[in-house]
Design a protein around this ligand. Structure first.
Ligand SMILES: Nc1ncnc2c1ncn2[C@@H]1O[C@H](COP(=O)(O)OP(=O)(O)O)[C@@H](O)[C@H]1O
Ligand SMILES: [Mg+2]
Length: 377
């Protein structure tokens, strides 16, 4: 039996735990044409949820054509336009009527279509010279979608990446085009809270209040426990409740980390799963990730590294500038601590989450957090 605990790409709804409420909300937004901004910390399950949504749309034959584009690796407007074209191309069947129209449209851009040697997926290669031509192409692509006889969902993952493009006014340009569309609904997704909030809630910015915000919290504890138990049981492994508690506590219920620990324990299981086996699984993971953790240390200043250790020991920190916290771990003054926090958030090593108006910080990498806690006594 294949390991049911995945920690890479989405597979099936059976292997995806819950998110029912969020799914329904996103679906009803797609249907009503309301654009949505989905913000949550890294590796909690945003991309998985988008795939789950597209799966639902396809399998329930909901009359929406979903298109997904991940712009994490894009660096310029030209990259963006290419990524979008490739996404449209892979979302619509080549032989369908939209597909034919799209090929015609693309041909007018004089691209060279090549095939990826590894996946044999078609890849677009064309150069769009000059900013003006890029704008026109972008407008052309989005207008093309809007003119089709179907509602379209365009999900743009890692949307904050547009802030890294060297071109000016990317947001204004996009917003201007998007405002004219009627049949395309947008789902903007991103992990960098500050940037996403600035884009969509910054009063001076083009996307200001143009979307509904959705956040993803950790999965519900009982629901996740049932999910894990069920998948062990289906493979013939009984798991006791202490073992389940240990898994959920040790991984802080952070989806990717919980999935990975379950994956490892599943591979080790022979009959019953107990706390001992779970601890062995956890130790195995820390051992294999230790090389990566060493690399982090190389990248950071001593001050940043010590700060991470302190947060790891606390689990989470709400008032990092309090005297008590800074003195306990010898972390210097509040203003240097504040600089360190900013840089660690920027490097994706610390996550910021907001509870009742207060920012709480924790390590994004739960395994690094556990490792630091153990290593530095
Ligand atoms: N609800 C879920 N049930 C099971 N696995 C999930 C769930 N959500 C996410 N995952 C898995 O956790 C990992 C991280 O999720 P991902 O969607 O990539 O996070 P994000 O996009 O927020 O960084 C992926 O391997 C994904 O398949
Ligand atoms: Mg993602």
């Amino acid at each position: 039996m294949d390991n049911p605990f995945i920690f890479r790409a989405y597979k099936t709804r059976e292997l995806f735990c819950d998110r029912q409420k969020e799914l329904e909300l996103l679906l009803s937004n797609c249907l009503s044409g309301a654009d949505t901004t989905l913000i949550a910390q890294r590796r909690i399950g945003k991309t998985g949820l988008i795939y789950r949504l597209m799966d639902e749309i396809r399998s329930e034959k909901i009359p929406i054509l979903p298109i997904y584009v991940d712009i994490f690796a894009t660096r310029t407007m030209e990259d963006f336009v290419k990524a979008l074209s490739a996404a449209i191309m892979s979302a619509i069947p080549e032989k369908s009527s939209i597909g034919k129209k799209f090929s015609k449209f693309i041909k007018s851009l004089r691209p060279v279509i090549t095939y990826d040697v590894l996946t044999s997926a078609p890849q677009l290669q064309f150069t769009i010279q000059g900013e003006e031509e890029q704008k026109q192409t972008l407008k052309g692509l989005l207008t093309f979608l809007d003119e089709q006889d179907t509602k379209i969902l365009l999900a743009i993952d890692e949307f904050q990446q547009i802030r890294e493009y060297p071109e000016k006014n990317v947001e204004a340009l996009l917003r201007t085009i998007i405002q004219t569309l009627h049949n395309v609904t947008f789902l903007y997704c991103g992990s960098k809270r500050h940037m996403m909030l600035d884009i969509f809630a910054g009063e001076r910015n083009p996307f200001y209040r143009s979307t509904e915000f959705v956040t993803l919290q950790k999965l519900d504890r009982d629901v996740y426990a049932d999910f894990i138990k069920k998948h062990f049981l289906e493979a013939g492994f009984e798991i006791d409740s202490d073992a389940l508690d240990y898994i959920l506590d040790w991984t802080m219920r952070h989806t990717y980390f919980t999935q990975r620990l379950c994956h490892t324990v599943f591979n080790m299981a022979t009959s019953k799963v107990d706390v001992e086996l779970v601890k062995q699984g956890a130790a195995q993971i820390l051992q294999s990730d230790a090389a990566v953790f060493g690399q982090y240390q190389q990248m950071l200043t001593a001050g940043q590294w010590n700060f991470l250790i302190a947060v790891a020991k606390e689990g989470e920190v709400t008032q990092f500038s309090s005297r008590q916290f800074l003195q306990k771990y010898h972390l210097g003054n509040p203003s240097s601590a504040s600089r360190i926090v900013t840089s660690l958030v920027e490097k994706n090593l610390l996550d910021e989450s907001i509870h009742e108006g207060k920012s709480t910080y924790s390590l994004n990498d739960v395994f690094l957090s556990r490792w630091l806690e153990e290593k530095y006594i």
